[in-house]
Design a protein around this ligand. Structure first.
Ligand code: PEP
Ligand code: MN
Length: 238
């Protein structure tokens, strides 16, 4: 879509029917990449942890049935060995940016990797984390700015748009933006997506659900399809 990598989907899902219904709507809109988590890195162990292996198998089934590309987070070396070559893009989450053994394992594959910025990581730490992947041979790395920890309780994180020109000027990596985890509020996602496009990001990763209020995780920051349509139109026009 206008040379932008557009990745959408729910934070997680609870059944095949739920993820299939969403995937179909995304496909109808020309979205190529479905993102959904099955190995969730939840802050509390009491929160829903994702459908794990069972969920990942569902995503692989959708890949086959609908021809969508699958983006999902892998959180352990064993998962990378088992699923890393079957999915289209491996997501390394913010909590694992410093997990260098995991990064090295991902580096042994050819599968593209989205490396999310650590919660309070400097640009230098983030770029060095990417270097751990690159040194093993995998150069297909996309950095993802997903907000850094601030001091305001009103938003989840602070979207650091300056990361975009910095990464472009100082590295050869592509950088995409996740406005959902950055703000924590669905009503901010459209404006922050537009701002990211204006700052020349290489793509967006947006938490999307047909019925956001039903999302099992991160429902407050999940946008509906109407909002996604407006963002897509904006990208097409710019
Ligand atoms: C997610 O993408 O749902 C997620 C957990 O993101 P992050 O690692 O940025 O918190
Ligand atoms: Mn999420």
């Amino acid at each position: 879509m206008n040379n932008k990598l557009i990745i959408a989907g729910p934070c997680t899902f609870g059944s095949y029917e739920e993820i299939y219904e969403i995937a179909k709507e995304l496909k109808n809109r020309g979205i190529e990449y479905l993102r959904a988590g099955t190995f969730k890195m939840r802050t509390s162990p009491d929160s829903f942890q994702g459908l794990r292996e069972e969920g990942l198998e569902m995503l692989l089934k959708i890949k086959e049935e609908l021809g969508l590309k699958i983006v999902t987070e892998l959180t352990s070396i064993e998962q990378v060995r088992k699923y890393g070559s079957k999915i289209d893009i491996i997501q390394i989450g913010t909590r694992n940016m410093y997990n260098y053994e995991l990064l090295k394992e991902v580096g042994k594959l050819n599968t593209p990797v989205i490396l999310k910025r650590g919660l309070s990581a400097t640009y230098n730490e983030w770029i060095n984390a990417a270097e751990y992947i690159k040194r093993e041979g995998n150069t297909n790395i996309i950095l993802c700015e997903r907000g850094i920890r601030g001091y305001s309780n009103e938003t989840r994180n602070v979207l650091d748009l300056q990361a975009i020109p910095y990464i472009h000027k100082n590295t050869n990596y592509k950088i995409i933006v996740d406005p959902s985890h950055a703000s924590g509020h669905a009503y901010m996602v459209e404006d922050m997506s537009k701002a990211s496009i204006a700052a020349n990001c290489d793509g967006l990763l947006i938490e999307t659900h047909i019925r956001p209020e039903e999302s099992l995780c991160d429902s407050e920051e999940t946008i509906d399809l109407e909002t996604l349509d407006r963002i897509i139109n904006y990208i097409k026009e710019n």
